[in-house]
Design a protein around this ligand. Sequence first.
Ligand code: ARG
Length: 465
Amino acid sequence: MSNRMWGGRFAEGPDAIMEEINASIDYDRKLYQQDIAGSKAHVRMLAARNIVAGEDAETIAKGLDTIQAEIEAGAFEFSRALEDIHMNIEARLAELIGPTAGRLHTARSRNDQVATDFRIWVRDTLDTLDEQVTALIQALAERALEHAGDVMPGFTHLQSAQPVTFGHHLMAYVEMFARDRGRMRDARARMNECPLGAAALAGTSFPIDREMTAESLGFDRPTANSLDAVSDRDFVLEALSAAAISSMHLSRLAEEIVIWCSAQFGFVTLSDRFSTGSSIMPQKKNPDAAELVRAKTGRIYGGLTALLVMMKGLPLAYSKDMQEDKEQAFDALPSLSLALAAMTGMVRDLVPNTREMKKAAGSGYSTATDLADWLVRVLGIPFREAHHVTGRIVALAVERGVALHRIPLEDMQAVEPRITADIFTVLTVDKSVRSRTSYGGTAPANVRKQARRWLQRLEREAKKG
Ligand code: ARG
């Protein structure tokens, strides 16, 4: 049997393989709510513009409500032969209300229909992700405030560089996730235009009201060009790129957590709630949640790459290739959502081992820069020369296997005679971090201020709703 919706000119039905490659119902059934909302908005507009009778529009809208209830009750029979969610719903509508159902598709095509449904899904998903990123930012800022004064080693090249505070380190991620949130908001604002009414590609001769459908579906305005409306997938791409960048940030933090909770580092202890054990090694506590957050990045980048490649050769307007957009987003965006939730849980629960971190912060001659800065500040030595003098003192410390502040004054004076005992006031890690008061620096007072600024901002946002 040929397709009931478009089979008029076909003598034969599709090959089984054709049906398999063509059908999207197995995944686009996820869009049933958006599809029904879109259809209701469309048919009410058609009635308002006297394109269909008001009575018919209400019969159709009621039928659609029944279908929604059927789907939600698990009582709806999805059919592959009907290809996709749009035709599955329309066919059921015809069963329920008879030929009046056929009026719904006036001045519309599946091309603008799917573009509308999917935009709504991506938009609403971005809103959920926005809330989740916000929760993560909040958790990080709270932990940062709590640990604004706890010293840890700061690294470059994963080599001990200069002491920083744990709070400062966490606040670095607050900045990253705040930018991610900004990107999601930008994408949302740009994508919030309604394609419905672009019809197949050229618009329609019916006197439709696109402003009306756009508004009733929560869009800011209708799309301005019908060809673009049905062939643009920037909205998914932007959401996926924002997601990809955010998952990269999550993955970096996850990687740090994995490193930090190794026995060799011992900087943090993960809660049991976000770890697993080993079936053979009883002593093990593995950071699986962090590892999986790190791993999810692969499929999120994969979704972005797949869609970019899929789109790059498509002439205007719609091509069936675009049907493949959905699975990518349906996998990538919920993956990000899960990763955000897991990371937020880990951040809330993790216990920093502040003594271990402080001990590590003092190793590796991490206050050497403070020593050099003292030579510049107090003795007026040019920084390059101070760097050299400090290098010689560090070499002494290395030779003796002691920390910088354990080198006796006389030995330092043998390198640079003008050094006084005052030098010892800058050589401890606490002094070091406290001195870094430049804007954006790691001084605990700075960190506290930044953490509070963020927490207050989030509170204001929450109040505004
Ligand atoms: N299932 C299709 C998709 O997801 C709907 C649009 C089909 N349009 C068409 N002209 N065949 O893209």
